[in-house]
Design a protein around this ligand. Structure first.
Ligand code: SAH
Length: 358
C-alpha cells in the first residue's frame, strides 16, 4: 500500500481509490473479506456517489469499519466553490499538506466535461500561463487526481453523468504519468467511471518520449499538443522547455501517436496579440501541419492579471482560422466557459497563494 503521508505528527489515511481494483480486492482478502467486495465498494464510489463508507449499506458493517480504519474517501478540503453564470463550476481543493489544486466542470447541452489537474504548480514555465508562475511544488497522487473527478461528479444532478474528461488543469500531465495512468485506467474501466478512452483528452507541452510512452499503452486517449508557435524562435520564447526539444521532435512523436493509436492529434495554439497571431504565422503553421491529419484548436489568451499578454481581436482571430482552412487544416476557436469565475486553470490557486503571501 502507498505510504501514509504525514501532516505534523498525525498520519493521513490514503484514499481508498488510491488502490486499483486488484489492490482493493487484495486488501479485502487480507482483512478477512471476500475479494468480490472490492467491486461492490468501487461501485458505491464511482457509480452510486457515496460520500461516506457508512452509506454503503449492502457492505457488511465490519468491512465498513475496517475501511474507515484504513482509508479516507474525500479528505481534501473544499476551499472554494464557484458557479459561473453559464453553470460552469470550479472547485479549489486544499490538500493535506496545505497545497491547492483546481478542477472545473463545464456544461453543454449534450456534454458535461471536467478539467482536472495533475500537479501542484508546473515546471514548464510557459510565459502566458498562470499555473507555472510559482514553479512546481509536487506531483499529485493517483488518489488526488481521482478525488477531483469524484468531487465534480457529485456536483451533478441525479441522472447526469460526466461525459468527457480533459487533463488540462494545473501541471504537465506527461511529467506525472506514474500517477496519471492508473487514474485514467480507473476512469476508463467498467468498474470505475466507465468512460470510453476517446472521451478522455490529455494535453501536453510536448514531451516526445512521454508521448510515445502514452501511445504504447494501446489506449485510444486523445492527445492535444500545446504548440503555440509556428517556429522554434517564437516557441522558445513562449514555452521555455522548447529550447531542449524543438518543434520537429514534437511533431515526430505526435505522428507516432497517430500511427500507433489512430487518433487524430489536436494542436493547441494560444493566440497572443502581436506575438504569434499574424497571418504569416498561420501560413507557417499550416505548412508544417499540412501533410498531417491534424486539427488546430485556437485558444484566445485568457487574461492573467500579472501578465501582459492579451487575446487578438475577433476579426484577427477569424483571419487566422481562415488562413489555416485555406490550407485544408481544420481549425476551431475554443469557446470561453466560466468567464466570470476565472475558470482558466491556475488562476484561483494563484490568487490563494498570493493572499497567503500578503
Ligand atoms: N501542461 C499542459 C496542460 C496545460 S493547460 C499543456 O501544456 O498542454 C491547457 C492549455 O491551456 C495549454 O495549451 C496551455 O498552454 C493553455 N493555456 C495556459 N495558460 C493560458 C492562458 N492564459 N490563456 C489561454 N490558454 C492558456
Amino acid at each position: 500500500m502507498t505510504p501514509l503521508p504525514l501532516v505534523g505528527t498525525s498520519a493521513i489515511k490514503p484514499r481508498v481509490y488510491e488502490l486499483d481494483a486488484a489492490g482493493l480486492a487484495a486488501w479485502c482478502e487480507a482483512a478477512g473479506f471476500p475479494a468480490y467486495r472490492a467491486e461492490q465498494i468501487r461501485r458505491w464510489i464511482f457509480g452510486r456517489r457515496a460520500n461516506d463508507f457508512a452509506e454503503m449499506h449492502d457492505v457488511p458493517a465490519a468491512l465498513r469499519t475496517a475501511l474507515s480504519n484504513d482509508f479516507s474517501l474525500f479528505p481534501a478540503r473544499r476551499a472554494q466553490h464557484q458557479v459561473a453564470s453559464d453553470r460552469t463550476e470550479k472547485l479549489l481543493l486544499e490538500l493535506h499538506d496545505g497545497q491547492f489544486i483546481e478542477c472545473v466542470l463545464m456544461r453543454e447541452t449534450d456534454r458535461r466535461t471536467i478539467c482536472i489537474s495533475t500537479q501542484v504548480g508546473c515546471a514548464m514555465g510557459c510565459v502566458f500561463c498562470a499555473s507555472g508562475l510559482l514553479g512546481l511544488k509536487r506531483n499529485l497522487t493517483t488518489g488526488e487526481i481521482l478525488e477531483q473527478v469524484l468531487r465534480l461528479d457529485r456536483l451533478l444532478q441525479k441522472g447526469e453523468q460526466i461525459t468527457n474528461v480533459v487533463v488540462m488543469g494545473i501541471g504537465e500531465p506527461l511529467a506525472n504519468l506514474k500517477s496519471l495512468i492508473p487514474a485514467l485506467d480507473t476512469l476508463n474501466e467498467k468498474g470505475g467511471l466507465g468512460l470510453g478512452a476517446r472521451r478522455i483528452t490529455i494535453s501536453t507541452v510536448g514531451l516526445p518520449e512521454k508521448i510515445r510512452e502514452l501511445a504504447q499503452l494501446g489506449k485510444q486517449y486523445n492527445l492535444a499538443v500545446s504548440l503555440h508557435a509556428p517556429n522554434d524562435e517564437i516557441r522558445d520564447r513562449l514555452v521555455p522547455v522548447n529550447d531542449k526539444i524543438g518543434i520537429d521532435a514534437i511533431l515526430d512523436a505526435a505522428d507516432d501517436y497517430f500511427t500507433i493509436t489512430g487518433r487524430r492529434v489536436t494542436y493547441e495554439y494560444v493566440l497572443l496579440s502581436g506575438v504569434n497571431d499574424e497571418p504569416q504565422h498561420a501560413r507557417q503553421l499550416a505548412k508544417r501541419l499540412q501533410s498531417r491529419i491534424a486539427h488546430v484548436n485556437l485558444i484566445p489568451m485568457n487574461g492573467v492579471s500579472e501578465l501582459e499578454f492579451v487575446a487578438p481581436t475577433a476579426p484577427r482571430t477569424v483571419e487566422f482560422v481562415q488562413v489555416l482552412e485555406s490550407f485544408g487544416i481544420p481549425a476551431t476557436v475554443r469557446k470561453r466557459k466560466g468567464a466570470d469565475i476565472d475558470a482558466a486553470c491556475g488562476q484561483l490557486r494563484l490568487a490563494q497563494e498570493r493572499e497567503a503571501t500578503v
